[in-house]
Design a protein around this ligand. Structure first.
Ligand code: UD1
Length: 386
């Protein structure tokens, strides 16, 4: 057990978030840092990659995240512009605060950008959710994962397969710590605050009668460029969702990228149905409530694959691959790709009671952030350990 104070002269830890899926990973880490003995001084840096109220502020409130100490305000842009702009604006922050370390989470552009800046300045970097691989380099997130893991110093993993992926890329086992899943820390902490689906529908002026269907309801999210950036693919996916909605009413939380593409491609009519509720991006507590009560979730999100596994709700993942294989081998997840007949038949199977039950994977126990705090102290402030 460690005691006492964070060593005098050792700077704070800069904790970086950029986009929506980062927030639920960082919230438990900040809590664990505050509660650790000694407390680990942390500054929250928000790159501003996501900035809308729906995509950002609401999530901060739901997760009880403190306001960022530093906001880089980068906003949207091409991958090159966004990554470069984060790097340009993060460098002076590192120079000013002389951090003892930088923590990055997940796989968004901000994750890679801040890692590159810090490692080149000799600042230790810890990557939370390291080693996940889809082996699909057409995904921008895969590039971010591979590069971040090559240069970060400490790699905290959520499932054992991650260490095998890292070993294949020549990463030495000494850098890796299997700590479990901070995303599930957030889920377990916040379940008690989850909003009811009826309240969520009412708040967005959707008819709660949709919840009265004897089959229950399904939840849909889609935002991957591979699914939503091409008119034909998007039309096919919306078409099969519309078909499924005749059997199971659907609640669709629409990402801004998807919303604008649906309008651009003239596909609005495919979602116009009393059995489909189209909602704006939802808060964290709304999503927890919606997923928890759902008959099934249809998604291309990384996080939802894990959250449905933790909740025991069947998930159909509309991707050809997943970087989170434990959600398939042990959890409730099934990959259906963009193949409309597979999507249709797997949805039918779930409605027929053949959905996966699954079990909760090892160390998805709500204490991953505490394990990270303990390891970080021993690593960065070793003199404090008795
Ligand atoms: C990013 C992440 C992705 C993550 C997703 C969750 C990368 C490479 N991708 O993708 O891994 O799963 O966030 O949402 O980092 N927009 C708004 N308001 C916002 C943010 C974005 O309207 O607050 C619009 C912009 O028009 C932007 C588009 O959404 O061009 C896409 O946003 P962007 O941050 O580029 O990527 P995401 O698709 O959100």
């Amino acid at each position: 057990m460690s005691h006492g104070q964070w060593p005098a002269g050792l700077g704070p830890i800069l904790c970086v978030v950029g986009a929506r899926p980062n927030f639920m990973k960082m919230a438990p880490i900040l809590r664990a840092f505050a509660q650790s003995q000694p407390a680990i001084p942390a500054l929250l840096v928000h790159t501003g990659q996501h900035y809308d109220r729906d995509m950002n502020d609401k999530l901060f409130e739901d997760l009880q995240l403190p306001q960022p100490d530093i906001n880089l305000g980068v906003g949207s842009g091409s991958h090159a512009v966004q990554t470069a702009e984060v790097m340009r604006r993060f460098e002076p922050v590192v120079d000013e605060y002389h951090p003892a370390g930088v923590i990055v989470v997940g796989d968004v552009n901000s994750t890679l950008a801040c890692t590159l800046v810090a490692v080149k300045k000799g600042i230790p970097v810890a990557h939370v959710e390291a080693g996940l691989r889809s082996y699909d380099r057409a995904m921008p997130e895969e590039i971010n994962r591979v590069l971040t893991d090559q240069v970060a110093d400490r790699l905290y993993t959520t499932e054992r397969s991650a260490a095998e992926n890292l070993a294949r890329e020549g990463v030495h086992a000494e850098r890796i710590r299997f700590v479990g899943n901070v995303m599930i820390d957030s889920l377990r902490f916040n379940l008690r605050f989850a909003r009811t689906p009826a309240d969520t529908l009412a708040a967005s002026d959707s008819d709660p009668a949709l919840l009265a269907d004897p089959n229950g309801y399904g939840v849909v999210t889609l935002h991957r460029p591979s699914n939503v950036d091409h008119a034909e693919t998007l039309a096919d996916l919306l078409g099969v969702l519309r078909e499924i909605s005749s059997r199971l009413p659907l609640i669709f939380a629409l990402h801004p990228r998807t919303r604008s593409n649906i309008e651009r491609f003239g596909l609005n009519h495919l979602l116009e149905s009393p059995r489909i509720a189209v909602l704006p991006p939802q808060g964290y507590l709304e999503m927890l409530g919606l997923m928890g009560g759902a008959r099934m979730v249809l998604t291309d999100s990384g996080g939802l694959q894990e959250e449905t596994t933790a909740l025991g709700v069947p998930c159909l993942t509309l991707r050809e691959n997943t970087e989170r294989p434990i959600t398939i081998s042990e959890g409730t997840n099934t990959l259906v790709g963009r193949d409309v007949s597979a999507i249709r038949s797997q949805a039918e199977a779930i409605l027929a009671g053949q959905g996966k039950q699954g079990r909760v994977p090892e160390l998805w126990d709500g204490a991953a952030a505490e394990r990270i705090a303990t390891d970080l102290l021993a690593w960065l402030a070793p003199t404090r350990t008795e």
